[in-house]
Ligand binder design. Structure first.
Ligand SMILES: Cc1ncc(COP(=O)(O)O)c(C=O)c1O
Length: 395
């Protein structure tokens, strides 16, 4: 247990209540409209074991996309039939293991269809199929570009999807039980889900598929006052599925960003203040852009300054990270009180696709604390050179 001022920087902080509120919010919205529904926690979005454990406790599935993530989910307490296994990076052995043990496995590659032949013949095994979704064709208003195509799933624009179904139908021990349609549209709009579910329903009817579930994937907004709510998403799913008489399907969602973005913040401290040109100051902090903007695309952040305040107003302060990259510059302040060593900056909403994409550059993974409304608790110690060296063979 620690007080805020004693947290060692740089560190991430997870707000437990916010995380749980988001999971439960989505579950309740789906439960209000469907007899059968499931929320799969997108492990790739933030694979911190603490998050996986909490998602498991709250009744989520783990949505995994590689053999490593599959093993991680098991180690974090998920049982095999509470795993959704997607993506092209499944290993043969985990693929077979997952199917035999009742995981939801959505086929992504032709090699996986071949691997099905390695399943025993004395039982019936269920699999799902990922359908390729071109946003420009399915929901043009939500497309990012003139041809917002996808490299994932089997396409019904060619023979691929049809052939996949044919191949599955020839395997007497395989039952096609689900369709998977994940895309993240930048708009995250209700309209996008209405259109993509319509596309899924039309495909189901076109091939007369008798399925158990529709996996709608991720791509939703989290809880924000000015954005679509989980209830509105669930209502739109219900509307379209009912139109096609398919609202008896189990509805599965795989939110990543929606569940973890807003419950994480990143705390850094000023370690140096440099006056470089007449009106230009560089403020070096112990965090890095690598920690919260691994693609180096953001130009600003939702941030709070925790400072004693200063009377010195300066023209321009550029807040930088601790690496030796010139581009490790986080944001700029103009005509503002000069920051001082020991001042802190807290970046909010930084839980999605940050911690799991951080490179091992210059210093290793930062500590993570959880906040339960009263106390902070260390849930991952910072990685030191000991962790970095652990698999080295030659020293
Ligand atoms: C298959 C799949 N499901 C779910 C997600 C989570 O998406 P989001 O973070 O946009 O909710 C992703 C993200 O890439 C994905 O690839």
């Amino acid at each position: 247990m620690r007080a805020f001022q004693n947290l060692a920087t740089p560190c991430f902080i997870i707000d437990n209540q916010e995380f749980q509120r988001s999971i439960i919010g989505f579950q309740e919205a789906l439960n209000s409209r469907f007899v059968r529904s499931s929320v799969g926690y997108s492990v790739k979005t933030n694979s911190l074991p603490y998050c996986l454990q909490m998602a498991n406790e709250k009744g989520c599935f783990a949505e995994v996309v590689s053999a490593d993530e599959y093993e991680l989910a098991l180690r974090c307490g998920f049982v095999k039939d509470r795993i959704i296994y997607n993506g092209p990076m499944k290993s043969h052995d985990t693929f077979i293991d997952a199917i035999i043990n009742g995981a939801i496995v959505n086929l992504e590659t032709h090699r996986e269809i071949d691997w099905l032949k390695d399943l025993p013949n004395d039982d019936i095994f269920k699999v799902g199929l990922r359908l390729n979704v071109n946003i420009t064709k399915v929901s043009p208003e939500d497309a990012d570009c003139f041809d917002d195509n996808s490299r994932f799933g089997f396409s019904d624009g060619t023979d691929d999807f049809h052939e996949a179904i044919e191949q599955l139908s020839k395997l007497s021990n395989i039952k096609l039980s689900g369709l998977h349609i994940h895309r993240t549209a930048h708009s995250r709009s209700i309209n996008f889900y209405r259109n993509s579910i319509r596309f899924a329903c039309e495909t189901i009817n076109k091939y007369d598929l008798n399925l158990d579930y529709l996996d709608i994937g991720g791509g939703y907004f989290g809880i924000f006052s000015d954005k679509p709510t989980y209830q509105q998403y669930a209502d739109s799913f219900k509307d379209i599925l009912s139109e096609y008489g398919l609202d008896n399907l189990e509805v599965i969602v795989e939110p990543g960003n929606a569940l973890v973005a807003s419950c994480f913040s990143f705390l850094t401290e000023v370690i140096d203040v440099k006056h470089v040109e007449r009106d230009l100051w560089f403020i070096t902090t112990d965090g890095s852009r690598n920690d919260i903007d691994p693609f180096f695309r953001k130009t600003d952040y939702l941030k709070e300054l925790i400072t004693e305040g200063s009377d010195v107003i300066v023209g321009q302060q550029i807040i930088t990270g601790c690496t030796c990259l010139e581009s490790d510059r986080l944001f700029t302040m103009t005509q503002s009180p000069l920051l001082r060593i020991g001042d802190r900056i807290r970046y909010n909403n930084v839980g999605a696709y940050t911690m799991c994409l951080t490179p091992m550059f210059i210093r290793y993974l930062p500590a993570v604390y959880s906040w339960d409304g009263e106390d902070y608790r260390l849930v991952r110690d910072r990685w030191t050179v000991i962790e970095y060296l652990q698999k080295s063979i030659v020293l």
